[in-house]
Ligand binder design. Sequence first.
Ligand code: ATP
Ligand code: MG
Length: 183
Amino acid sequence: MQHLEPKQKTGLVVILTGNGKGKTTSALGMALRAVGHKMRVCIIQFMKGDLYTGEIDGLKWLAPLVEFHQTGKGFCGIQGNPIPYHEHRANAQCAIELAGEKIRSGQFDIVILDEINNALQLRLVDLPQVLELLDARPPDLHLVLTGRDAHPDVCDRAHTVTELVEIRHAYRDGIEAQQGIDY
Ligand code: ATP
Ligand code: MG
């Protein structure tokens, strides 16, 4: 089998946004693909923490090439989440600080910041902080940002921006989220 390598290695900023399903799982797919190339991946999930998702344990199978950090206290602003806004913000602030450390560390080929777009939209992190992360990116590091409502100024700075559009979602037919597919 032929192993192609790009003549010029260019770190890409990739944004996965939109209201259709597949943003987080697409980012996880890139991690899986990268591991095949022995690349080192760091994944930081923003605003998670109240519900179990398969990647929490699934990614352990990809260690030590994949390092995984789940941060947050569940969805902010969603009914039934009792955590006050300032706690969500404090959490997201820790996560973005961690992201900066990982991006600057030189220890990774890919850094994935899952749901950071939502964190920005909900003002748990600020636009200058996200732009600062992009500035801090070493030129050969790939940076993947996921979540709905990606900020236009962040999209302007990305190489690849994909909007996942909902055409149908099982949820609308009253089918509950399914293991392995939805979480
Ligand atoms: P996934 O994690 O499946 O790739 P996602 O990252 O694109 O989804 P999120 O907005 O992070 O989507 O939502 C995560 C959860 O919500 C998943 O269980 C997903 O199936 C579900 N979901 C995604 N899009 C929709 C939608 N349009 N309506 C209802 N549920 C959705
Ligand atoms: Mg997601």
